[in-house]
Write a protein that binds this ligand. Structure first.
Ligand SMILES: C=C(O[C@H]1C=C[C@H](C(=O)CCC(=O)O)[C@@H](C(=O)O)[C@@H]1O)C(=O)O
Length: 270
């Protein structure tokens, strides 16, 4: 569908409560197939984020800025005539889901953030990370997608994925390779962790229920989740045992059970 001048790949599977699923950097909506069967009573709204999957990769990095992409999400919901939805975001997708909730608070029922963050709190760390991401973006364009994916799947954050069956690892690799150099590079430049504004200051203003998921073996993002939990109004942290960063990949059954319980529990405050 054409959204604010960009062709977006959006799949909608209708059954119950609307749930927007937002994948991570280098991912696509295909990543969610392994957990959808475990999620009850959901109308799945699967979106390939700009620069990823079968969604267009515009030339201008500025079009990937978080402020632009949250407007895209609002337009997608308008297009499919859904006023309000639950949101589940993994990693980069979680940063996007949180930015959407902060921008359009009346359009989010419940928020699930898997291994994610509100960005970086201090300008010095943002500038440093922005420089690192821009350097990596340049290497993606210079060296090509194959070399980048080989490098990316071997970063320490994904070490636990080496325990996965080789067929599953190959499937993740093939999906990553479907992305374009330009799309991934511009995604890093436009909406990377260093490029986005800090949402730490927004957390106390988020008045909807938030489930913060982290993998026991991903200490960095468990620390971030626990810190976020201290600033959010209605939140809970669930640390999943024997899982790293991509919990929905490494522990899909437990992931589905926890997400189901959260989505199907009435958390309204009297
Ligand atoms: C390496 C760090 O940050 C990157 C890691 C995770 C994020 C992500 O979306 C990865 C998804 C995947 O490949 O499974 C990514 C992002 O949020 O954009 C970060 O760049 C780190 O140590 O912070």
């Amino acid at each position: 569908m054409k959204i604010r001048g960009i062709h977006y790949h959006v799949d909608v599977y209708s059954e119950g409560e609307p749930l927007v699923l937002l994948h991570g950097f280098t991912g696509s909506s295909h990543n969610w197939k392994s957990v959808m069967n475990d999620l009850r009573n959901c109308t799945f709204i699967l979106i390939d984020i700009i620069g990823h999957g079968n969604t267009e990769s515009p030339e201008a990095p500025s079009r990937y800025r978080m402020e632009e992409v949250v407007k895209d999400l609002a337009s997608i919901l308008d297009e499919i005539k859904i006023e309000k939805a639950n949101f589940l975001g993994y990693s980069m997708g979680g940063r996007l889901a949180l930015a959407f909730a902060a921008t359009f608070p009346n359009r989010v029922n419940k928020l699930i953030l898997e291994s994610s963050s509100p960005g970086l709190k201090f300008v010095e760390e943002r500038e440093k990370r922005k420089h690192e991401d821009e350097k990596l973006a340049g290497e993606i364009v210079r060296d090509g997608i194959v070399k980048f994916v080989e490098r990316w799947e071997n970063i320490p954050l994904f070490a636990t994925q080496k325990r996965l069956p080789i067929q599953q690892r190959n499937s993740i690799r093939q999906q990553r390779l479907q992305n374009s150099n330009l799309g991934l590079a511009n995604s890093l430049i436009g909406m990377g962790t260093g490029a986005q504004v800090s949402l730490w200051e927004e957390l106390p203003n988020i008045k909807i229920p938030v489930l913060l998921l982290c993998g026991e073996l991903d200490k960095k993002f468990c620390d971030i989740a626990k810190n976020m939990d201290e600033h959010l109004s209605i939140s809970v942290v669930k640390q999943i045992n024997d899982a790293g960063h991509a919990i929905h990949v490494e522990q899909p059954r437990i992931f589905g059970k926890i997400v189901n319980e959260f989505l199907n529990t009435d958390l309204s405050v009297n």
